[in-house]
Structures are given as structure tokens and as C-alpha cells.
Design a protein around this ligand. Structure first.
Ligand code: PEP
Length: 254
């Protein structure tokens, strides 16, 4: 049985004091909100990872980062390596978020190098794919997702891919308040699962958690998470308040 995975992507928000307040709020409520089969991950900005790791030690909440270099170390100003993330207690890293693709020019090729690097070093990547509104309106959703999956997972073996999490995040639903309907999301998740079966095998395809992301909030989470192929949520805006993040965690009912 696939776990439900609820991950909060804090993006470029919250300083150290705010990190402490939010994590303490989440810790206070998580025991009553979380079912055994639900995995809860927080992905604060780099500057908060060390503090978050200390606060979360011994708790059920897991730590992830929002990005990572495809290099090991060296003269790459402003970059953060897999080793630095692991040293600070991260088990997860978001790779290929649409904001990285859109604003920082990340290509499928670069994303595949980051995927390989994370998997080679035992970090679990949350690999993001999703189409823009124009692409959806032109009927290109399936082609875009296919190219992102084929490109982003180039050179990744079946054994490696078996350890990833995938997130379907339609770009038009991120931070816009527009959510894909459960049916729209389920349709794409099903396509993703069959792409994974083609590229790897059906056992792998059946075992990979596929999260939905795009304006998920407590009010719409249950309907999305009730879909057969939706195994969790990657949450932006609603993860910045303990109450709304825990509301989403509580909606997971597998
Ligand atoms: C995201 O950035 O991954 C995201 C889904 O953001 P939001 O929930 O704010 O749409």
C-alpha cells in the first residue's frame, strides 16, 4: 500500500523565529491529525534547515529541502550540495519545481542530473512535473508530462526510480487559488502511472507515491486525496500556517 505523503514547500518564506513558531504549532497538533500511514514532510528555506532539524528531532515530521545542486562541491556560488543537505538532517529534496523551471531556466537535462545526484546519495527526490495553462488549453498536457518524465528521469535506473516521490503540479493551479478538479488531477495521475510502467515496470508504477500540488487547502484536500491515484499533496501557501497544514494532514485517510 502506498503511503500518503503530505509535504509543505515553504518557498522563500519565514525567518528563524517564524520557523520556530510554525514548527512548534505543527508539532503540537500533528499527533492527533496524522494517521500512521501518512508521511509528513516540511521543506523550509536553506537558512532554516539546521534549526528545523533540531526542533523536529525525534518527531514524526521529516525534513526536506527545496532545491539542490547537481555538483558535489566547488566553485558554485550560491549553490547547496547533497552533502550539506544530508549533514543538516534532510531526507528529501524537491527537484524540478515549476518555479525553478520558469524563473531559473531549469531544463529537463539539468533536472535529470539533480535526480541522479539525489538518488545516488540516498536523498528522496520529490520530482515535480506539470503543464502551463496555455499547454493545457492547446491539449498538450499529456505530451508535456511525458517529455518532463522521460527527460527528468533519463539515466535513472529502475532501482533508483523506485525510491522517488512524484508530484503533479499543474502550473496554472500553483499559488493561483485555482485547483484542478479531483477528476482532472486523477486523469493526469493515471497517465503518469502508465508512463512509469512503460519507462520502468508496473510494480514500480504501482508503488510510487504521486502527490498533487496546486492550491491544496483543508477545504479541497479530502476530495483530491480520495482519488485512487492521488497519494498526497505538495502544499505551498497553506503550509505556512500550522492550522491549515494540519487540516490537510488530517484529510489523508488511507
Ligand atoms: C507549490 O508551490 O508546490 C504549490 C503547490 O503552491 P500552492 O499550494 O500555493 O499552490
Amino acid at each position: 500500500m502506498r503511503p500518503i505523503v503530505i509535504a509543505g514547500n515553504w518557498k522563500m518564506n519565514l525567518d528563524l523565529g517564524e520557523t520556530r513558531t510554525l514548527l512548534n504549532g505543527i508539532l503540537q497538533g500533528v499527533a492527533s491529525a496524522r494517521k500512521e500511514s501518512t508521511h509528513v514532510i516540511v521543506c523550509p528555506p536553506f537558512t532554516s534547515l539546521s534549526l528545523a532539524s533540531e526542533i523536529l528531532r525525534g518527531s514524526a515530521i521529516r525534513l526536506g529541502a527545496q532545491n539542490m545542486s547537481h555538483h558535489d562541491n566547488g566553485a558554485f556560488t550560491g549553490e547547496i550540495s547533497w552533502g550539506m543537505l544530508k549533514a543538516v538532517g534532510c531526507r528529501y529534496v524537491i527537484i524540478g519545481h515549476s518555479e525553478r523551471r520558469q524563473f531559473y531556466g531549469e531544463t529537463d537535462k539539468l533536472i535529470s542530473l539533480k535526480m541522479k545526484k539525489a538518488l545516488d546519495h540516498d536523498l528522496i527526490p520529490i520530482f515535480c512535473v506539470g503543464e502551463t495553462l496555455e499547454q493545457r488549453e492547446r491539449g498538450e498536457t499529456e505530451t508535456v508530462i511525458t517529455n518532463q518524465i522521460r527527460g527528468g528521469l533519463e539515466g535513472v535506473s529502475t532501482g533508483e526510480a523506485a525510491r522517488m516521490i512524484l508530484a503533479y503540479e499543474p502550473v496554472w493551479a500553483i499559488g493561483t487559488g485555482k485547483t484542478a478538479t479531483p477528476q482532472q488531477a486523477q486523469d493526469v495521475h493515471k497517465v503518469i502511472r502508465s508512463l512509469l510502467a512503460d519507462q520502468f515496470d508496473s510494480t514500480l508504477a504501482a508503488s510510487i507515491p504521486i502527490q498533487y500540488g496546486g492550491s491544496v487547502k483543508p477545504e479541497n484536500a479530502s476530495d483530491l486525496l480520495a482519488c485512487d491515484d492521488i497519494d498526497g499533496a505538495l502544499v505551498g501557501g497553506a503550509c505556512l500556517k500550522a492550522e491549515s497544514f494540519l487540516g490537510i494532514v488530517a484529510s489523508a485517510n488511507r
